[in-house]
Design a protein around this ligand. Structure first.
Ligand SMILES: [Zn+2]
Length: 280
């Protein structure tokens, strides 16, 4: 009998040790968090998910919720449909699309440099130009709030882009959020995505399934872009570290982008804003 009690105690103790290992394992993280090893690098969206999931309760308040993980939707206003060309920033007579911005004084010199590099990333080869706000009515107000997020397209007046310090102040993340500001949703939300990727529904965290909905977006007659800075990574919102998005045919194709826009991302911007493709 004593032996049995002793054995039970040992097994309880062992399971407690196991539980502790799990709870304090550095590899453990919130939904969507994936520790990367080997050649795969974290995509811009992986970094966003990591930050926003940790901050989820602070980001989602009574008036603003996040769609697809980082697209702000304000419940105070009727949701603006941005699927066609209804939420574009206006185009100047000189052919450029100027986006006026205000940068919070909370950003230090290094943060400012990284955010401006993100802007330059969008400007390169496109007709978009970011200009410090002087008098413009419509502008983005870049603030280090909780998480990385942006509204979709131009809403009219002041609109916040949140780039939390330091997690969101990375060139890829900044560029990704500005793509939303320009009016683009995530690449794998395209209506025709099932021809190109397989969504592994059982591997997605139960409460994050909605982030994988499809939307009636304008594909602008451009091919599906696995390497878009707006593409989810393979492990986005994974429940147990299993892949959630797999390219059809060839699972070795890299999904998403770390820091730069893809060539098609630039074409996308120029098509949506009716600009000629620029080579610089
Ligand atoms: Zn996003």
């Amino acid at each position: 009998m004593e032996r049995i009690i002793l054995l039970c105690m040992v097994s309880i103790c062992l399971s407690a040790v196991q539980a502790q290992k799990f709870l304090f394992n550095q590899k453990w993280g919130p939904a969507g968090y994936k520790e990367w090893r080997g050649v795969n690098e974290e995509t811009a969206m992986d970094k966003i998910i990591k930050t926003n999931e940790l901050k989820a309760t602070q980001i989602i308040d009574g008036t603003t919720t996040l769609r697809e993980g980082d697209i702000a939707v304000s419940s105070g206003r009727p949701p603006r449909i941005c699927f066609a060309r209804s939420c574009l920033w206006s185009k100047s007579v000189d052919g450029h699309v100027y986006i006026a911005y205000n940068l919070s004084p909370e950003y230090n010199e290094m943060d400012t440099m990284l955010i401006k590099t993100g802007m330059a990333n969008i400007e390169q080869g496109t007709c978009v130009r970011f200009v410090p706000r002087t008098h413009q009515r419509d502008y983005i107000d870049i603030q280090p709030k909780s998480g990385c997020w942006s509204y979709l397209g131009a809403r009219g007046g002041r609109q916040t882009v949140s780039l939390q310090i330091p997690n969101c102040v990375q060139v890829g993340v900044v560029s990704h959020e500005f793509m939303h500001t320009l009016g683009f949703v995530h690449e794998q939300s395209r209506l025709d995505r099932d021809n190109y990727v397989t969504i592994m529904w059982p591997n997605i965290s139960r409460d994050r399934l909605r982030n994988f909905e499809k939307f009636r977006t304008d594909t602008l007659d451009l091919p599906y872009d696995y390497g878009s800075i707006l593409h989810f990574g393979k492990y986005a919102y994974s429940q147990r570290g299993e892949p959630t998005v797999l390219p059809k045919d060839n699972s070795n194709i890299q999904l998403g982008q770390t820091s730069s826009l893809s060539h098609i991302d630039r074409l996308k911007i120029n098509r949506l804003y009716n600009c000629d493709d620029m080579d610089d």
